[in-house]
Design a protein around this ligand. Structure first.
Ligand SMILES: NC(=O)C1=CN([C@@H]2O[C@H](COP(=O)(O)OP(=O)(O)OC[C@H]3O[C@@H](n4cnc5c(N)ncnc54)[C@H](O)[C@@H]3O)[C@@H](O)[C@H]2O)C=CC1
Ligand SMILES: CCCCCC(=O)/C=C/C=C\C=C\C=C\[C@@H](O)[C@@H](O)CCCC(=O)O
Length: 238
């Protein structure tokens, strides 16, 4: 992976920040794309100090807005080179097929890999955020469909998906509790406290690395505390 270029969406903090650091450790160049400008710039600056200014970039954008994401992608490639790896979500996956495509005479990219972070909420019943579960199920479905050999033959791009259980040490769940849930649901969630052992961020980063190393197109890797990460859902026929 050395000298390859990765764009990590949501890389300003939490899991994305830790994944960005792991990729830098592995020799890649990394652009963080995040909506939080101050936090993102600070994270990128810290990483640039550690790994070298020429290996780190930051682009402020809302990755759910295609034009913003596409412009950030262009600026990232101007700074670091053609993208090989994307931590992507829905808009990103579709954009990757357009921008990373290495098949065909007019191919604009060098092929590569997209890793989408969904959640165990897409695999197991989690009642607290039904819309969240629905969107994460969408991410799994999209990743599996785009991860079919048909699409790889047309694009040279692989799509993989990571489904972590609850992670401690990121502000995510607290933010969801404060901003997204009704008081009754937040109370039920707290009452269930302690029943689920949370993962640590480094454990999820390890699972991310496993997914990237094994690189089985269309695969969905689940990671829960106290278990080895495991592939879920049936194999895609080749
Ligand atoms: N924290 C947890 O317990 C779990 C988290 N996940 C998933 O892992 C991923 C990362 O989660 P955390 O690191 O915990 O969250 P976090 O809240 O610490 O970090 C998310 C990052 O994404 C950025 N972001 C959000 N919307 C954006 C947008 N539209 N455009 C650009 N940047 C945007 C935020 O600014 C932030 O820097 C999320 O997709 C989450 O759903 C999955 C399972 C469990
Ligand atoms: C539904 C919105 C958040 C979903 C986060 C996610 O993707 C997956 C979460 C999986 C399990 C969540 C379990 C929640 C348990 C809580 O009741 C409590 O144990 C949380 C304690 C917080 C902590 O950091 O220990």
């Amino acid at each position: 992976m050395e000298h390859k270029v990765a764009l990590v969406t949501g890389g300003a903090r939490g899991l994305g920040r830790a994944i960005a650091e792991r990729l830098l450790d592995n020799g890649l160049k990394v652009c963080i794309a995040d909506i939080m400008e101050e936090t993102g710039r600070a994270a990128a600056q810290e990483l640039a100090t550690k790994y070298g200014e020429e290996r780190v970039a930051f682009e402020c954008c809302d990755t759910s807005v295609e034009q913003q994401f596409s412009d950030a992608w262009t600026r990232c490639e101007e700074q670091l080179g053609k993208l090989d790896l994307l931590g992507g979500y829905i808009t990103g996956s579709l954009l990757a097929f357009e921008r990373m495509r290495s098949v065909g005479d007019d191919a604009p990219g060098v092929g590569g890999t997209v890793i989408n972070v969904a959640s165990i909420a897409a695999i197991k019943t989690l009642p607290f955020g039904p819309i969240y579960s629905a969107t994460k199920s969408g991410v799994v479905g999209l990743s599996r469909a785009l991860g079919h050999p048909l699409h790889h033959s047309l694009t040279g791009v692989k799509v993989l998906c990571l489904c972590p259980s609850l992670i401690s040490g990121t502000p995510f769940l607290q933010c969801a509790m404060e901003k997204a849930f009704s008081p009754a649901v937040a109370k039920a969630l707290q009452a269930a406290g302690g029943k689920i052992k949370p993962l640590t961020v480094p454990e999820v980063v390890e699972a991310f690395s496993k997914l990237l190393e094994e690189e089985v197109n269309g695969s969905v890797l689940v990671v829960e505390a106290g278990k080895e990460p495991y592939y879920s859902l049936p194999e895609i026929p080749s």
